[in-house]
Design a protein around this ligand. Structure first.
Ligand code: EPZ
Length: 416
């Protein structure tokens, strides 16, 4: 079982080329199922989750080649409409293939998706919307059988601006007849990237980034070449590490607009943050300041994926920060591990109160999910002494060799 070993307490200095966005590329890989022509996707990160996406496409009968962050996908010979339980369990995004498979084959068989154990993570909003769009759905023995001779255009009112449900509805309605509308749609940058990719293939979608998305169905799509946006949560991870370790780090290939609130909060905690054309620079040499309160909410609010990252950074701040996790019901697995390092944190339901201490100490800790694992790396980088992190398979789902990213910035970190 491999692990990450960190000798903490070093400043971070240098430049990071921000990787392509995991949460943008996964729905885009699903979207390639809609297109019988070739799809070329650049800036595709090399992650466990993207490799799972490639395997799903191959299992359906498609061809995928991947080299130097470019994926070439051809699905003209796609002949299956089922995804194996093993691949469904490999990640949450496996459910995003449901819409495209139904659209392409008129039917689909899947089981429930996997993903980080940060809550129940039902897919009821996906399935309710699909029924409103004319899909017949039957659940038997843990499998979900879907059939639709054709998609019935409709206005779908989402109970919650679910990122995945918004993406799945877009994917189901892209190749159809008539106009489908999503009200109370998620507004994340990854939704806009999916709209741009689909429109580049010839789709007619508008409104992504707002709460109302319109999809005018088209008959056929054409070949496409596309660049994925950068990963705003990867960028936030590096920024939080620079903030609490101290130093001077430039994030290259990062659209500042996508982390506008993150930048504002890092400034409130005492960092100097300067944004320019496609880059953000973070400098800090002082102890961070507590931020009082942080509440997670849908974009453009504070991202739930940044909650653990900020918690690690603020564990040694001067002052208190109360976190309110409004998106997922059990996203505090990292707290017990941070307490092993000497952090002063009290959890009560969706609240976690962090009282900054002067320092945290290295310890043997274990990652329980993707962003919680990244948060433990941040804690290890800022801690005094050595930290050993196991469970790093969780981290590898969303970060390309995280140890290389931080060793390039001067950290003492290695994988064993
Ligand atoms: C996406 O997950 C991201 N994953 C998550 O990032 C991110 O935390 C989340 O959006 C919120 O921003 C990917 O894009 C692959 P949701 P998703 O549907 O689509 C409930 C990471 O670390 N819900 O917006 O699953 C759900 O339980 C991951 O990169 C229903 O109740 O998120 C949750 O409480 C973690 N029924 C809330 O909505 C449904 O049918 C938000 O979920 C769907 C969701």
């Amino acid at each position: 079982m491999s692990k990450i070993i960190i000798c903490g307490g070093r400043k971070l200095d240098g430049e990071v080329n921000v990787q392509g966005s995991k949460n943008a590329v996964l729905p885009i890989l699903a979207a390639t199922i809609l297109n019988e022509e070739e799809c070329v996707v650049h800036n595709c990160p090399d992650l466990a989750d993207t490799r799972s996406g490639f395997e799903i496409i191959r299992q359906l009968g498609g061809k995928v080649s991947f080299c130097d962050h470019t994926a070439v996908i051809k699905t003209e010979n796609m002949k299956r409409h089922e995804i194996s339980g093993e691949l469904m369990c490999s990640m949450r995004s496996s459910v995003l293939f449901l819409g495209p498979i139904i659209s392409r084959c008129g039917q689909a068989v899947i089981s429930y998706p996997g993903g980080c154990a940060i809550g129940l993570r039902p897919i009821d909003l996906h399935l309710k919307a699909f029924k409103e769009l004319g899909v017949k759905i039957e659940e038997v023995g843990g499998y979900i059988y879907c059939k639709a001779d054709r998609i019935r255009p409709a206005t779908v009112n989402l109970l919650f601006p679910s990122v995945g449900a918004t993406e799945n509805i877009m994917l189901l309605a892209t190749v159809s007849r008539g106009e489908t509308m999503i009200v109370n749609a998620a507004r994340e940058p990854e939704i806009v990237d999916l709209q741009n990719f689909l429109n580049r293939m010839g789709a007619k979608i508008s409104g992504a980034g707002t709460e109302i998305i319109r999809i005018i169905g088209v008959e056929k799509l054409k070949k496409v070449e596309y660049n994925i946006i950068s990963d705003r949560i990867f960028a936030t991870t590096c920024a939080c590490a620079a903030a609490c370790c101290g130093g001077d780090v430039v994030l290259r290939n990062m659209e500042p607009e996508h982390i506008r609130l993150i930048i504002s909060m890092l400034k409130d905690s005492g960092c100097k943050v300067v944004s320019g054309e496609n880059h953000v620079r973070i400098q800090n040499s002082e102890r961070l300041l507590g931020l009082g309160k942080i509440m997670t909410s849908p974009y453009p609010g504070f991202p739930t994926d940044a909650q653990a990252l900020f918690m690690s950074a603020l564990a040694t701040a001067d002052g208190t920060t109360v976190f309110v996790e409004n998106i997922f019901e059990s996203r505090y697995k990292h707290v017990a591990e941070l307490i092993k390092m000497g952090a002063d944190i009290i959890v009560d339901g969706r609240l976690a109160a962090v009282t900054g201490c002067n320092y945290i100490q290295g310890a043997k800790i274990c990652a329980g999910d993707l962003r919680g694992g990244a948060a433990l790396v941040i804690a290890g980088l800022s801690a005094i002494g050595d930290t050993e992190i196991t469970g790093i398979e969780h981290i590898d789902r969303g970060y390309e060799r995280i140890e290389n990213v931080f060793s390039a910035l001067g950290a003492s970190i290695k994988r064993k």
